[in-house]
Write a protein that binds this ligand. Structure first.
Ligand SMILES: [Zn+2]
Ligand SMILES: [Zn+2]
Length: 79
C-alpha cells in the first residue's frame, strides 16, 4: 500500500471539506482612478468600482470574510 491518505481528524487550517469559493476582496485603494471623476476605477470590469461586481470589504450581509496571510477573502454565506 502506498500513498497513505490521512483523512478524518478535522484540524484547524486546511478545510478541504469547505468548497465555497473564496473571492479576493478588492479595496478601493487597489483600484486606479477614473480619469473623468477620480472615483476608484475597476479595470477588470471596466466600470467604477462602486458599480462593478468586485467584492468589497463591507458586504457582510452576503459574505463571510477571512484572512489568508495578508489577503482578505470573501466567502459567500451559506443560506
Ligand atoms: Zn468616473
Ligand atoms: Zn470590478
Amino acid at each position: 500500500m502506498s500513498g497513505a491518505s490521512v483523512r478524518g481528524s478535522v484540524s484547524h487550517g486546511g478545510s478541504d471539506g469547505d468548497r465555497r469559493p473564496r473571492i479576493l476582496v478588492r479595496y478601493a485603494s487597489d483600484m486606479s482612478r477614473c480619469s473623468g471623476c477620480e472615483e476608484p476605477w475597476c479595470e477588470e470590469h471596466g466600470e467604477h468600482y462602486s458599480e462593478c461586481s468586485c467584492v468589497g470589504p463591507h458586504q457582510d450581509d452576503s459574505y463571510d470574510y477571512e484572512y489568508d496571510g495578508d489577503k482578505l477573502y470573501a466567502v459567500e454565506k451559506r443560506l
